[in-house]
Ligand binder design. Structure first.
Ligand code: GDP
Length: 703
């Protein structure tokens, strides 16, 4: 078997946008136009068609899939020449962009993105956040200014807002003929043609001469475009300055290089709803966004030695490696593990190793999702995006690979949750449904935890930040139909000790019949932050019989869970059990457990136990005018400003701030900056709570 599509014709892309910009409508149009003259059976002989595919077809185009594969021949809208076909894998990206693991991964498995803007609003605060995240993960992109048919839409203003707020490197490849209700066609500044979209859903792309009255304007915009592109290539620049003609091919290939190298961002325009421009966006995806071989090789680590870095290139000859980026449940086939293959190839029936769990799983079925059908595939190649069926213990973020080439593509160090909220269903009858839904969400997102308090029966959700938990609550409502009442967010404080100390506890009880006798001596020592708990059994000469060691350790652990300062977990300490005594008749497991627990509490108090609080890494992006106010506000929140830098048109402030001071920060930032500031936060480390504030926490005045 060999691959059907050359890897350079792959485009793994996402459509990203702020809510309401038109992501859904645009995706639907993409699937419509790419589906028109493409029958999957035509290229994949023997593609299995199953009964449920018929049912799916009846329901029409669905874009609920985590990844949808479609095909496109750029510039050849009737698909006369199939040899030039591109395979586009459209990867669904979450609507909310923040620091949660899921977002990070979906941006990571993309090679490029189409960023959709509302042509009336231009760049909105949320699109700035989206943009900064794409910057962070080095995602090459093209922009699509949508909704040019709407009242109040303006190509110039929208483009200006991209230049002002996002990047001066945006380069318009098109210019509209008419705007708002008169928006009728698009001038393609590369080919200098007017493009109309006619027929059913605008499927017929008609190119003609630019109208006389638009020619001057079109020339002006073409010059701007050419100047920006030639500036990226010295030889081309020279040619241009000498007055020589620059060919369309030269412009395109230079723009392609510059887009992939994050130097330029092509800007396209249209209206998804009115079926204008989408085909040209698809062309741009093929022309300017990278294939899997145009992006740097992926780097992972050796599971047997974390210090060793391993690179995998997008080549079929390398060992197979893939990253699971989404787990979905399908009513017809069960669990689907969506994965992106980075290197090598793999055939169904074989075994894959999950290097995170160490488990080996046989893969019986592999699917590729299309707009309205699922295709059974036998083989997976570098660059492919597929769904493995029925995998049991693979979660989002796990690496799947071959025995002969073990690698972990992403080191999974999920930080402990730092914030929690209590939730209860609005309707009592939803209790069970809420539990089951939360369980599903937890499988998808390893940074989110759910616990039910044994004492009170309350459900507690913990996560990486306020926004993270807001999203979970929102998904409960939107995807599972469970509405909830939510308590106030609580910071997950921890406790630790400052110095070494020792303690002894003799637990003796004489009550009528059999007594109790447990006697232990322990030492405690602080460990480095993040090291957790270490227990050393240093009993010599049988002063405590072996069967009582484990119960003693259990008592110690239980005491650590409860803490000694304000009821938070004690962490980062080493406990050594070094002596004690026992009684032939009265000693029992429970007596040693109690002795261990009491000794630990005593030792921790003597060792200067104190509270730790989560400190967040904060990034704030603001227009320069607000810099002073924002820095003042961050400092008032006990924040430490680490750095202030410039990006085109904006200032970026980096700081470390205690989480307890940051509730509703997004809202206060908005009012502080007239809606222009955006921020993101991520857990960084735990740090000692200052005395006066610790006092408030202990007294329960501060949560
Ligand atoms: P999403 O939230 O980004 O997925 O946005 P949708 O695709 O759901 O679109 C949000 C709203 O904008 C819907 O009411 C769409 O019908 C409308 N919409 C999308 N594209 C266009 C467009 O090109 N022109 C106009 N006038 N409305 C649009």
């Amino acid at each position: 078997m060999a691959r059907l599509y050359p890897i350079e014709k792959y485009r793994n892309i996402g459509i990203i946008a702020h809510i309401d910009a038109g992501k859904t409508t645009t995706s639907e149009r993409v699937l419509f136009y790419t589906g028109i003259s493409h029958k999957i059976g035509e290229v994949h002989e023997g593609a299995a068609t199953m009964d449920w595919m018929e049912q799916e077809r009846e329901r029409g185009i669905t874009i609920t899939s985590a990844a949808t594969t479609c095909f496109w021949c750029p510039g050849d809208y009737l698909k006369k020449d199939r040899t030039n076909e591109y395979r586009i894998n459209l990867i669904d990206t979450p609507g909310h962009i923040d620091f949660t693991a899921e977002v990070q991964r979906s941006l990571r498995v993309l090679d490029g993105a189409v960023v959709v803007f509302d042509g009336v609003a231009g760049v909105e605060a949320q699109s700035e956040t989206v943009w900064r995240q794409a910057d962070r993960y080095h995602v090459p992109r093209v922009c699509f200014i949508n909704k040019l048919d709407r009242m109040g839409a303006s190509f110039e203003k929208s483009l200006q807002s991209i230049w002002d707020k996002l990047t001066i490197n945006a380069v318009a490849l098109q210019y509209p003929i008419g705007q708002e209700a008169d928006f009728s066609a698009i001038i393609d500044l590369m080919e200098m043609k007017a493009v109309k979209f006619e027929g059913e859903m605008g499927k017929d792309v008609i190119k003609s001469e630019i109208p006389e009255n638009m020619k001057a304007e079109a020339d002006k915009w073409r010059n701007k475009m050419v100047e920006k592109i030639v500036a990226e290539d010295e030889a081309l620049m020279e040619k241009y300055l000498n007055g020589e003609e620059i060919s369309i091919d030269e412009l395109k290939s230079t723009l392609r290089k510059a887009t992939i190298g994050y130097k330029l961002v092509p800007v396209l325009i249209g209206s998804s709803l009115k079926n204008k421009g989408i085909q040209l966006v698809l062309d741009a995806v093929a022309y300017y966004l990278p294939s899997p071989i145009d992006v740097p090789a992926i780097v992972g680590i050796d599971p047997n030695n974390e210090e060793v870095k391993i690179e995998r290139h997008a080549r079929d000859e390398e060992p197979f490696s893939a990253l699971a980026f989404k787990i979905a449940t399908d009513p017809f086939v069960g669990t689907l593990t969506f994965a992106r293959a980075y290197s090598g190839h793999f055939s169904k029936g074989g075994y894959l190793i999950n290097t995170v769990t160490g488990e080996r799983e046989r893969i019986g079925r592999i699917l590729r999702m299309h707009a309205n059908e699922r295709e059974e595939v036998d083989e997976v190649y570098a660059g492919d995006i597929v769904a493995f069926v029925g995998m049991k213990n693979t979660s989002t973020g796990h690496t799947l690979c071959e025995e002969k080439g073990l690698i972990i593509l992403e080191k999974i160090t999920f930080p402990e949750p730092v914030i929690s909220i209590e939730v209860e269903p609005k309707a009592k009858a939803d209790q069970e449904k809420m539990g089951a839904s939360l369980k599903k969400l937890q499988e998808e997102d390893p940074t989110f935890r759910m616990e039910t308090s044994q004492e009170t029966g309350e459900t507690i959700l913990s996560g990486m930040g306020e926004l993270h938990l807001d999203i979970i609550v929102d998904r409960l409502k939107r995807e599972f139909g469970v509405e909830t009442n939510v308590g106030r967010p609580q910071v997950s404080y921890k406790e630790t000790i400052a110095t070494n100390s020792e303690a002894e506890c003799k637990y003796i009880k004489q009550t009528g019949g059999r007594g109790q006798y447990g006697h232990v001596k322990i030492k405690v020592e602080p460990l480095e932050r993040g090291k957790g708990f270490e227990f050393i059994n240093d009993i010599k000469g049988g002063s405590i019989p072996r069967e009582y060691i484990a119960p003693t350790e259990k008592g110690i652990k239980e005491a650590m869970e409860k803490g000694v300062v304000a009821g938070y977990q004690l962490v980062d300490m080493k406990v050594t059990l070094y002596d004690g005594s026992f009684h032939e008749v009265d000693s029992s497991e429970i007596a040693f457990k109690i002795a261990g627990s009491m000794a630990l509490q005593d030792a921790a108090r003597k060792a200067g136990a104190h509270l730790l609080e989560p400190i967040m890494k904060l990034e704030v992006v603001i227009p320069p005018d607000f810099l002073g106010d924002v820095i003042g506000d961050v400092s008032a929140r006990r924040g430490q400003i680490e750095e202030t830098t410039d990006r085109p048109g904006v200032k970026v402030v980096y700081a470390k701030v205690p989480l307890s001071e940051m509730f509703s920060y997004a809202t206060s930032l908005r009012s502080l900056t007239q809606g222009r500031g955006t921020s993101s936060m991520e857990f960084d480390h735990y740090e000692k709570v200052p005395g006066n504030i610790a006092q408030e926490v202990v007294e329960g005045k501060r949560k």
